[in-house]
Ligand binder design. Structure first.
Ligand code: HEC
Length: 148
């Protein structure tokens, strides 16, 4: 009788040690294998896996932006490069950080042809031209602006 009791009660603390972590919020997992398919372990929680890491993970006509596949604006532009171009050339000063407009108009839905015409000087542009701008740059800008 004495030895049965020791086995029963001696085993209880172990049950808590191994049984409880699942129930503590934020301690759902320690590695991806603890989570369901399509989920990864982040800070102890199972969260949906990012849809993509690079453009190659997305369908044709889509680019990977912040882990999500988004339409690239139709011209194969790269939104990440577009955002970098936008920031490097201070477009936000007149068109706002997201292209929604300020001193200049909302340019979130303009075509890459329109963008190229403005930045190359074909169309007069209050914001001036960008030396060496290419149609590719304009495609990238269109792709990024389309995500805003
Ligand atoms: C000094 C302010 C200013 C800056 C900086 C500026 N723009 Fe503009 N932009 C304007 C204004 C004002 C217009 C309205 C038409 C005009 O004056 O050319 C305009 C028009 C445009 C248009 C045409 C919109 C349409 O509906 O036809 C595009 C595209 C554009 N800007 C893109 C850009 C990009 C990309 C940059 C950064 C490389 C930029 N702009 C920087 C002021 C600016």
């Amino acid at each position: 009788m004495k030895s049965w009791g020791r086995i029963l009660f001696g085993g209880l603390p172990l049950l808590f040690v191994f049984g409880c972590p699942d129930l503590i919020p934020g301690d759902e997992c320690t590695e991806d294998a603890d989570c369901a398919a399509g989920e990864v372990c982040t800070n102890g929680n199972c969260v949906a896996e990012a849809e993509c890491d690079t453009d190659d993970d997305c369908a044709a006509g889509e680019d990977c932006v912040n882990g999500e596949c988004v339409a690239d604006g139709g011209n194969g532009g790269d939104p990440v490069a577009g955002e970098a171009f936008y920031n490097a050339n201070n477009c936000a000063a007149c068109h706002a950080a997201d292209g929604s407009g300020g001193l200049g108009p909302d340019i979130r839905v303009v075509s890459s042809a329109e963008i190229f015409a403005n930045l190359s000087g074909t169309d007069p542009h209050t914001g001036g031209t960008v030396a060496g701008v290419t149609q590719d740059d304009a495609d990238d800008l269109e792709a990024w602006l389309a995500t805003q």
